[in-house]
Design a binder for this molecule. Sequence first.
Ligand SMILES: [Zn+2]
Length: 381
Amino acid sequence: MSPGARGEGQRKTAAAQRGGAAPRGTTKGRNDGARPMTEEEILATVCGYFCDQGLTAVEIARRMKQDHGVSISREKPYQYLRKAASRGWIRFVPPQEHSLERLVKNAHPFLHDATVVSSARTEDVAYHGAKMLLELLQRHYRDGVAHIGFSGGTSLRMLARRFAELLREPVPDLPAKIVFHALVAGFDVNDPTTDPNAFFTYFVGDPGMPFETEFVALHSPAMVEAADETRLRNLPAIKDAYGCASKIEIIVTSTSCWTDDHSMLRHYMKVAGESVDELEQAGCLGDILWQPIGADGPFELNSRIRAMTILRLCELSKLIEKEKKHVLLVAGPCDKCHKSKAKVVKAILDQADHLITHLVTDSRCARQVLSDSQAGEAGRR
Ligand SMILES: [Zn+2]
């Protein structure tokens, strides 16, 4: 605080001297010939004091008076901050744990990149997933057309929304066109927003998008009887979606733990009246692209029903090795119970035939994966 600012702050405002109320949208300002601050200007100034200087509400109220001659109560700064956050003016950037990232990359050198987010929120991991997707595009797909395939689920819906938000800022080195593919059909009849076809609404018809967009939807049931799969795949619209599969260059997927009550695969099996015993006996640890995976890798369901997915899990390693595709796994905590997905993430990372190239996860998950790996190694010695 400069002495001059304090001196100015001691002046009575013109409005206060007149005893009149400030006009709507303004407040009592200094009588220095300047127009009174608008509410937007006050909002922004309060945010600056909070975010840049970490001032408390009392200190902000004092600075508003001293620096700008604006009288606000000590409760007001929190109301302003809430308002600014609801307008998207205040963004939380979840921090990364770089030391854990180095440990994960050292333990799994096949990974092209890994981000470990120091947070227990699914949304924060999804934000960093969106950032990694953007960096992937800039690094490898800046020319021509890029094809991105999205799996479904809440965390990928968050990622798609954050990705669309990141694209509203000026971003260099992007492809001229992106084709978004749905890799699976929506699973959750109670929440259609987790269907990857629904993610397209974040990108469709938006003149602010810095590239041309095109969409390949998958309009099929999420799970079908094994006997019906071939017939359905030959239906015209579904056949087109499968026909374009080879063009997909970046696969964006999440995962869920089999033991988590919110596993959509477990939920669907129960709803469909299918026994989950077979999966349990086979050592299912979780799923990717709605397909089960255990410690020994992906396995096919022998049960009556199966997922309609554009890509089979057992094909991923070949796509990575031979066709140099990228697979980004975004594995934050469960968005409902907030449990870490360490068990299934470890199984995915431990596969000799690599299923992913990029990983974004939370710090609790990374720590658990590393400590389980160390315990496993110690047990083998
Ligand atoms: Zn859960």
